[in-house]
Design a protein around this ligand. Structure first.
Ligand code: ADP
Length: 480
């Protein structure tokens, strides 16, 4: 299989060969025809000039005596031959000095240029441009001419003489040499151009090979402002995302393993203790085992929900739901916990809100996570206020915003951007014993986003936190 470089080089060479070939052919054709035209015009003018000279000479001398000098002086090249016959057809001048005294008829020549003087024909000029008189080529010039005043018209091809032909072939040779030089330069340029084009592609191919072999830290180095540069940028972005997701997968596996270890160690220790007779199989130890298995079940359920939501596979069973009712029910469930800590749970603005299409079980989970966090992080005699409002004016942009405000310890500013990340705990959850595993808010975020809503938090360390989530009303749904 030919490499891209060979294919590009081949294509370039083909284009150069075809275009140089066409150019050389056309130039050759054009030069030949232009040159022949030039010669034809030149020859006709020459004929006319010689005829004029002879006419003037005759007008002055009134005879052809001494005309040989004029004919010799009129020769253009040594290859030409001028022959002059008087009005009786007798040759009176011949630059080749061979035919004087003979007649044109005896020489078998015809079709000359008529020489006029005083309104009469006084002679005929024959131009042997080929220098081959009598060889059958014939005489050029004056063909079909009635008087010296009109120019002879001859076929262009007949006019080209050996010297002129040599000139033409020299031009052709130069043309071909130019074509060969052009092809050589094109080959050289093609070599560099194809190298320039294929180099970034080769870098990308190398990059792809590194990534596919697991070297996710590999980045291609292409600094160009063209499509290749953009492709390399996208490639590096893709590699970065792969790297990030691989690292996050590793972190997740290690976090999960870490979170599973503590309850499993407690269960195993308690069971071992009972088996070895160190512990009694009494209520206290069985409760401890049950607590840890519940924790494990909870963790596994949370992880399953999170992974379903993150992969977009969470199936929502949306039903028209009265949010006020849902929140009141949830508050009632947490009343006991709150009272144990002497924390007051308060629902603000209890006016009815239009029903909204949500998966009630999932939103209850959201509310549950927010309330349990708020209770956990609010000290004795604190207060947790839940409020609901609708916002947005256009029908498509209306949303329900729920806020959970506590008077707890708050969250330091540097931790705020991360609290919705999975397994993220502020300062490893202050006291780990009371904290969860750091999945609660990640689940809140995923569940709300699955409903098309948003989550955000406002908090000042030591001054409590406010968690918000919004749920969009469907376009047709009304709201107050
Ligand atoms: P966890 O299950 O460990 O509570 P979350 O995802 O629910 O994990 O919370 C992440 C972190 O955010 C926790 O470590 C906790 O310290 C902090 N956090 C959550 N809610 C509050 C709150 N109402 N007040 C103060 N800190 C909070």
């Amino acid at each position: 299989m030919f490499s891209l470089r060979w294919k590009l080089g081949g294509a370039l060479l083909l284009v150069v060969l075809v275009s140089v070939g066409i150019m050389a052919f056309l130039t050759n054709q054009n030069t030949t025809s232009q040159f022949q035209q030039y010669i034809q015009t030149g020859s006709a003018a020459y004929n006319q000039r010689v005829v004029n000279n002879l006419e003037q000479y005759y007008a002055q001398v009134q005879s052809w005596s001494g005309v040989q000098e004029i004919l010799l002086a009129s020769l253009r090249t040594t290859g030409d031959r001028l022959v002059l016959a008087d009005n009786s057809g007798k040759i009176v001048g011949d630059t080749a000095n061979q035919a004087v005294g003979k007649t044109a008829v005896s020489l078998g020549i015809s079709e000359g240029n008529l020489i006029q003087a005083g309104g009469q024909t006084v002679g005929t000029l024959y131009l042997d441009l080929s220098g081959m008189m009598g060889s059958g080529r014939g005489y050029m010039g004056g063909r079909g001419m009635m008087s010296g005043s009109s120019l002879p018209i001859t076929a262009a091809a007949d006019i080209v003489q050996p010297a002129e032909g040599a000139f033409l072939s020299r031009i052709n040779n130069y043309l071909w040499i130019a074509a060969i030089i052009a092809v050589a330069i094109a080959l050289l340029l093609g070599f560099f151009i194809t190298r320039q084009i294929t180099r970034p592609i080769r870098s990308l191919a190398t990059g792809a090979a590194h990534i596919s072999s697991g070297d996710l830290g590999y980045r291609v180095k292409i600094h160009a402002n063209d499509e290749m540069g953009k492709l390399a940028e996208s490639f590096n972005d893709m590699a970065q995302k792969l790297d990030d997701s691989e690292q996050s997968r590793r972190r997740l596996v290690s976090d999960v393993a870490h979170e599973l270890r503590t309850p499993l160690t407690i269960i195993q220790g308690t069971v071992d203790g009972i088996a070895d007779g160190v512990f009694q199989p009494d209520r206290k130890h069985l409760d401890s085992i049950r607590e840890q298995t519940l924790l494990l079940t909870h963790l596994v359920n949370d992880l399953r929900d999170l992974s379903l939501a993150e992969s977009g596979q969470l199936k929502l069973e949306r039903l028209s739901t009265d949010m006020l009712d849902l929140i009141q029910r949830k508050i009632a469930q947490f009343e006991v916990n709150a009272r144990q800590k002497n924390v007051r749970l308060k629902l603000e603005n209890q006016s009815a809100i239009a029903p909204i299409d949500i998966d009630a079980k999932r939103i209850e989970q959201v509310m549950g996570n927010l309330l349990s966090n708020a209770i956990r992080h609010t000290p004795e005699a604190g207060q947790i206020t839940i409020a609901m409002r609708t916002q947005g004016s256009t029908p498509g942009g209306r949303e329900l915003v729920v806020s959970v405000v506590d008077t707890g310890e708050g969250i330091p500013a540097e931790n705020l951007p991360h609290v919705f990340e999975r397994f993220y705990r502020v300062e490893n959850s202050r006291s780990r014993s009371e904290g969860g595993v750091g999945l609660g808010l990640a689940i809140v975020k995923q569940m709300v986003q699955a409903h098309g809503g948003r989550v955000w938090v406002e908090s000042l360390s030591g001054q409590g936190s406010t968690f918000y989530f919004s749920l969009p009303f469907p376009e047709s749904s009304g709201s107050k």
